[in-house]
Design a protein around this ligand. Structure first.
Ligand code: BGC
Length: 452
């Protein structure tokens, strides 16, 4: 085995204070596998991945990293790494194979076993109710574009709270609604592969309502709940100081960073920046503005990169386009995302500025780089330095008195990275996808030392 030469950092987890929450984040479809075992129903990701051309190498999450069978091994490894908080999501179609109606007790059993095993081993579960894997049966009825999703979602959330709320106290309603509506219902590059405004605008509105309704249900059914929801966010930098680029950047910011949090705070949609959002009105009913509001206990922000945005006349509705990192001569990850640590600091600052945001946790941050397995070791210095540099920025925010109460690495093991398949590896733990063997990377060794 190669002797790790872990670059020094100068900070330990203790420097962030006793109450700071340290954890790792995952999502059901990306890790569980067991896609049709024990009565699980199909999700939109099962369907989307089954169509040729949607995913890199036509890969899918049917087995993923087999967390369904290997959860004990993974949790014991987390424990050995001093990880105390584990964020995972529930698969809606494992619990309700048809999205509504009959409950699948085997699905409930799986999550009960998982939650109990976490607790027995000193790990606190942080549950995301929806991380993109809508039951296919509901997509057949229009999915997020159908207003009935509000009732479907409320029923599902109630079932989860009643089943697990005696032991799970930390809940996140949605994972990155901008990504699942934007990539899934506007660009068509994620499940369910829909394109255009007609699907996107109602999906946005219904997600905003579900975000708040879900929060209300958790609060009413779970004693001492800590209720949050999560948002993707990136610093947006105008390509130049030309007014047109500055305007383009403000539109991208409204869409990528503000669209979902602002209605929940009672600020409405950012229509003054992106006028096409006024069309959401068509899908609105009396009372929706009030019903979109919910006072979350915490907001989870998920940051990876920054975006540089340029005016472009041909891009509909926003006349703005992202300038790819690979075209900008900057350091990038395998996702072609710029490595830009100040982005996380600026996002902490941005979300701190909202009145009504009580607590902020970084619920995802991490990076995919090419990992080389050599003599049973992966010396992933790039990832390690990425994490250290981003954490320096989190510390800087904390030193300045900004709210930031936790940090979860994306992610624990390598997994299925959506449209990119298994190529980008984000894990602290390497997975040999053929044998499902887990190997701690240098970044994982460092994180362990950092937490110890
Ligand atoms: C998502 C994860 C995803 C990660 C890296 C986030 O957008 O919540 O599911 O794997 O970023 O792309």
């Amino acid at each position: 085995m190669i002797k790790d030469n872990l670059p020094s950092f100068g900070l330990t987890s203790k420097d962030f204070g006793e109450d700071f929450t340290w954890g790792v984040s995952t999502a059901a479809y990306q890790i569980e596998g067991a896609y049709n075992l024990h009565n699980k129903g199909a999700s939109i990701w099962d369907t989307f991945t089954s169509k040729k051309g949607n995913i890199h190498n036509n890969e899918h999450g049917q087995v993923a990293v087999d967390f369904y069978h290997k959860y004990k091994e993974d949790i014991l490894l987390m424990k050995a790494m001093y990880i105390k908080h584990f964020r995972f999501s529930l698969s809606w179609s494992r619990i309700l194979p048809n999205g509504i109606g009959a409950i699948n007790n085997e699905g409930i059993d799986f999550y009960n076993k998982l939650i109990n095993f976490c607790l027995e081993h000193g790990l606190t579960p942080w549950v995301t109710l929806y991380h993109w894997d809508l039951p296919e049966a509901l997509q057949q009825k229009g999915g997020w574009a159908n207003r009935e999703i509000i009732d479907w979602f409320k029923a599902y959330v109630s079932i989860c709270c009643k089943a697990f709320g005696d032991r799970v106290k930390n809940w996140m309603v949605l994972n990155e609604p901008m990504v699942f509506t934007g990539a899934g219902y506007y660009l068509g590059v994620h499940a369910p592969g829909k394109k255009g405004l007609k699907q996107f605008l109602p999906a946005v509105h219904h997600a905003v309502l579900c975000q708040a309704e879900g929060g209300r249900i958790v609060r009413s059914l779970v004693a001492n709940a800590n209720v949050g929801t999560t948002f993707s966010c990136s610093q947006i930098t105008p390509y130049s100081s030309k007014p047109k680029d500055i305007l383009a950047a403000s539109k991208a910011d409204a869409l990528l960073n503000r669209l979902f949090i602002e209605p929940s705070l009672g600020m409405g949609y950012p229509t003054e920046n992106v006028s096409v959002l006024k069309q959401i009105e068509k899908y609105s009913k009396p009372g929706d503005v009030e019903n979109s509001i919910f006072e979350f206990d915490f907001i989870g922000i998920q940051n990876y990169t920054r975006e540089v945005v340029k005016h472009n006349y041909f891009i509909p509705y926003i006349q703005a386009r992202i300038v790819k990192a690979s075209k900008r001569a900057v350091k990038t990850t395998l996702m072609d995302w710029e490595v830009y640590p100040p982005s996380i600091y600026n996002m902490i600052k941005k979300f701190n500025a909202y009145k009504g945001v009580h607590k902020i946790l970084i619920t995802e941050n991490g990076a995919a780089f090419t990992d080389t397995l050599l003599n049973n070791s992966v010396h992933d210095v790039d990832r390690l330095q990425y994490l250290q540099n981003y954490l320096q920025q989190v510390k800087k925010a904390q030193n300045e008195g900004l709210k930031v109460d936790g940090y979860f690495v994306w992610t624990f093991t390598d997994n299925f990275e959506w449209a990119e398949g298994y190529k980008p590896r984000f894990g602290l733990v390497y997975v040999d996808f053929k044998t499902q063997k887990r190997i701690l990377k240098s970044s994982g060794r460092w994180f362990k030392k950092f937490l110890s």
